[in-house]
Design a protein around this ligand. Structure first.
Ligand code: C5P
Length: 294
């Protein structure tokens, strides 16, 4: 690992879990990427990325879910750091630290959230324009631009087009995952044309029940192909739907993490404790929007 200067500032950035409240596929581009329509929110749980100046680029990984990354030699955090340095023309490096709390390859951002947090941290550390991070983000993965924003948004295009979300009420989320990684390209391959198309949304919802009722009419088009690839997702969805107070249960992204929409953060926290302790499970509210969204 690179030497750290004990006096150098350490910049910390949260990498909250991304949750797709719905995700409908609208088409497929000639290059194989799919056109999406998704309402994305961020939960108050996630990884943490820290960055400090150092003579070389390095990445140390710790935390409960760190074992899921063992053997990975090209982590997206390091790729993000190198891409940002190149785009900004800064001749600097950084020692990065990733505290991994989110399960790997699980449809809630994970690597994309970490890459976005690294871009935010290094933008601050190197004092470079936020616009450079916005330019680099889409090159790192389809979800990275959304994770860079970090507050509720409507995602279209292949993920790179970010628009405003409808006005959202306060609500809670329970997240659950069996720690079975799902390969995103495999799920998209199995989709085979089962597209719901773009969604029609109101300007906002006054309460969680009204929001869940509208969302129930929409879908995550990747849910059926993900269950075909990983049948263990189905009982997770059933367990979430059966939680007391659950308003809707659905899969996020390409899976395998599923979520329940709950009336509030405290009922979500209580409900999460009812799920099997062997699962990765969490309940609470949404992440606070960053003070100055990128
Ligand atoms: O961009 P990212 O690396 O996250 O995408 C992983 C894979 O998911 C892509 O290689 C592609 O197979 C699929 N994908 C897609 N359409 C998108 C996003 C991802 O087909 N909008």
């Amino acid at each position: 690992m690179a030497r750290r200067d004990a006096a150098a500032p350490v910049i910390r950035e949260a990498a909250p879990a991304k949750v797709n409240l719905f995700l409908q596929v609208a088409g497929r581009r000639p290059d194989g990427y799919h056109l999406l329509d998704s309402l994305v929110v961020f939960a108050a749980v996630g990884d943490v990325v820290s960055a400090t100046s150092a003579p070389d680029f390095s990445l140390a990984i710790a935390g409960d879910e760190a074992p899921g990354l063992i053997g990975e030699d090209d982590n997206l955090v390091l790729r993000a750091a190198r891409a940002l340095a190149a785009a900004a023309g800064v001749g600097q490096c950084a020692a990065l630290h990733l505290e991994k709390a989110l399960p790997v390859a699980s449809g809630i951002g994970g690597g994309s959230a970490d890459a976005a947090a690294a871009l935010r941290a290094l933008t601050r550390l190197w004092d470079i324009p936020e616009e450079v991070a916005r330019r680099v983000a889409p090159q790192l993965g389809a979800d990275v631009p959304a994770c860079l924003v970090g507050h509720p948004l409507r995602m279209t295009g292949i993920g790179e087009m970010i628009g405003p979300a409808p006005a959202l009420p306060e609500f809670g989320l329970v997240l659950a995952n069996l720690r079975v990684p799902v390969a995103t390209p495999d799920v998209f391959r199995r989709l085979a044309g089962r597209f719901s198309g773009p969604a029609r949304l109101p300007e906002g919802w006054a309460d969680p029940a009204a929001m869940a009722a509208d969302l129930a009419r929409l879908s995550n088009d990747l849910e059926a192909p993900a269950i075909e690839s990983c049948p263990a997702i189905a009982p997770v969805l059933a367990a979430l739907a059966a939680l007391p107070g659950a308003l809707l249960a659905r899969m996020s992204g390409s899976g395998a993490t599923c979520f329940a929409i709950m009336p509030d953060a405290s009922s979500a926290a209580r409900a999460a404790a009812l799920l099997p302790a062997s699962w990765w499970r969490w309940g609470g509210g949404l992440a606070a929007p960053p003070a100055a969204p990128l």
